[in-house]
Ligand binder design. Structure first.
Ligand code: CTP
Length: 400
């Protein structure tokens, strides 16, 4: 079950060239199981037709405040009340100004006034308009009133200029919708999540690393943010894009990861180490490329610091969760690591299976807790596993 499944989302589409992108938003929302009811303004209707949005949303598109049929069947108040979220994308300077000033002269602005659901606005307009004192002030006042904005991206705009004003990426808009609608079980909590492999340099062109993709750690960080936490994601080198709306710190070596995690962990409520930290690094890293003849068939290695064991060793209030990627005796190894590193929980998975684990989008895990209990999580997308792990960890250790 995704966060948006079964949710009623009223999508306002206003009159800007980015209105065509609302098609993609409708499709993505529906893919996650949301029911999307589109409200198209008169200006929006110049850019995109109700038929397109109706076909994609599989619901009648509402355009008119005083349409007798739709008002008798599903009036503006009912739309406002049914909505779990009012999303306006694209939101023009005009609709932002109307909502700020309490003007309700069409269906969308009336719903915005009548709804008690969270309001999410994704502005798209010319850069000068976006920078204008009126829009700045409207955005500020609405933010103070609890309206959420997904800021526009920078780039080439349809009017020929370049700057901020392009409708934010669909992925970013959907992620903010998920954040607004998820249970707030980690509200007010600070969490640190590590992800990915580390890279231990031998010389400027060669390094030691491992097969971790970072996907499980990124999922743990993303889901914690949805649950309301203030998240710092410390990641080694991966091919993944930074998740939006959280703090991301990029590191390379185990030593850099240790420093970044330790600093962020200082006032954190929970630290989750999903990273596959190198256990050894070359004793020295050459500043120049090492020639073939200089290697002599071996590289001297020295152990890296164990980040979790270091955090677990100090007196602490925070919750510590480790991951154990194992190929054999999964339970024995996982429980031994939990004890040795003084953890509250360890998430174990069998990486000898090709369908889960490294680089896969799915995982199947068993979580072992320090009180001796364990919880099985059947094969599911990594975000669903992350959600189940956080719920279990919250339930046992982080209540309230
Ligand atoms: N870990 C860590 N610092 C390290 C090595 C591992 O914090 N230098 C963390 C990992 O992020 C993971 C947990 O410890 O959460 C278990 O990592 P794993 O590599 O499975 O355990 P090791 O202690 O390295 O044991 P082994 O390699 O022998 O399996």
């Amino acid at each position: 079950m995704t966060t948006l499944a079964g949710r009623e989302i009223v999508l306002g589409v206003t009159g800007g060239i980015a209105a065509y992108k609302s098609c993609e938003i409708v499709r993505e929302l529906r893919k996650e199981g949301a029911n999307v009811v589109v409200v198209l303004t008169a200006a929006g209707g110049h850019f995109i037709t109700p038929l397109t949005l109706q076909t994609l949303s599989k619901n009648p598109v509402h355009t008119d405040l005083f349409n007798l049929i739709s008002e008798s069947e599903i009036g503006h108040i009912s739309l406002a009340q049914r909505a779990n979220l009012l999303l306006v994308a694209p939101a023009t300077a005009n609709i932002i100004g109307k909502i700020r000033n309490g003007i309700a002269d069409d269906l969308l602005s009336t719903i915005a006034m009548a709804t008690t659901a969270p309001i999410l606005l994704a502005p798209a307009m010319n850069s000068q308009m976006y920078a204008s004192p009126a829009v700045r002030e409207n955005v500020e006042v609405l933010s103070e009133r609890g309206v959420t904005f997904v800021d526009p991206d920078e780039g080439e705009l349809a009017c020929g200029t370049t700057g901020p004003g392009r409708l934010a990426d669909t992925g970013k808009i959907l992620e903010m919708a998920r954040i607004l609608l998820a249970d707030k079980i980690l509200e007010g909590k600070k969490v640190v999540v590590s992800a990915g492999p580390t890279a231990e340099d031998i010389d400027p062109v060669r390094y030691l690393t491992n097969r971790a993709s970072g996907k499980m750690g990124f999922a743990m960080a993303t889901v914690a943010r949805r649950f309301g936490a203030e998240v710092t994601l410390v990641t080694g080198p991966t091919r993944l894009a930074d998740p939006p709306f959280l703090k991301v710190e990029h590191v390379r070596s185990a030593k850099e990861m240790m420093n970044a995690v330790a600093a962020a962990a200082e006032n954190a409520d929970a630290v989750v180490m999903a990273a596959a930290v190198a256990d050894f690094r070359p004793a020295s890293s050459s500043p120049r490329k090492i020639r073939k003849g200089e290697i002599e068939g071996k590289i001297d290695l020295v152990p890296t610091d164990d980040i979790l064991a270091t955090l677990g060793g100090s007196k602490r209030e925070r919750v510590l969760v480790g991951f154990a990627a194992e190929t054999n005796d999964v339970e024995g190894n996982a429980r031994e690591k939990m004890r040795r590193k003084n953890l509250d929980a360890i998430v174990a998975n069998d990486v000898s299976r090709a369908d889960i684990g490294f680089d896969s989008d799915s995982n199947e895990v068993r979580v072992y807790f320090s009180d001796g209990t364990a919880l099985d999580m059947v094969k599911a997308p990594k975000e669903a596993i992350a959600s189940a792990v956080w719920r279990a960890v919250c339930h046992k250790f982080i209540k309230g």
